[in-house]
Design a protein around this ligand. Structure first.
Ligand SMILES: [Zn+2]
Length: 105
């Protein structure tokens, strides 16, 4: 069984875990209570806010028509990421993230 290698065009999001890790120590003092393994973080480049929305999209030139890619977006980036995808006719669906509860209120 083979897993086909993933080739991705670079999207305008910061999806690489190593990149996030690289920035993390700088922000450790500012960002407090979100458990990094559980929080779903906004996919926008440079943004570390908890995501509240899932943008589901498909690039017909790269993906099977039935396939969906997902970007996560915080409330501040839902529009800009959505516009990016929508302008390319990639956007298929915007759904609220079920796990986007606020802690401790
Ligand atoms: Zn964001």
């Amino acid at each position: 069984m083979y897993d086909s290698p993933r080739r991705r065009a670079a999207p305008p999001v910061a999806a690489r875990r190593s990149h996030v890790r690289h920035q993390r120590h700088r922000l450790a003092r500012m960002t407090a209570p979100i458990p990094a393994d559980e929080a779903q973080i906004c996919s926008a480049r440079g943004c570390r806010a908890p995501a509240a929305w899932a943008l589901r999209w498909n690039n017909p030139r790269l993906h099977d028509p039935a396939r969906r890619k997902t970007w996560l977006a915080c409330p501040a980036h839902r529009a800009s990421l959505g516009d990016f995808l929508d302008a390319r006719s990639f956007l298929r669906e915007v759904a609220p993230l079920p796990g986007s509860h606020t802690l401790g209120s």
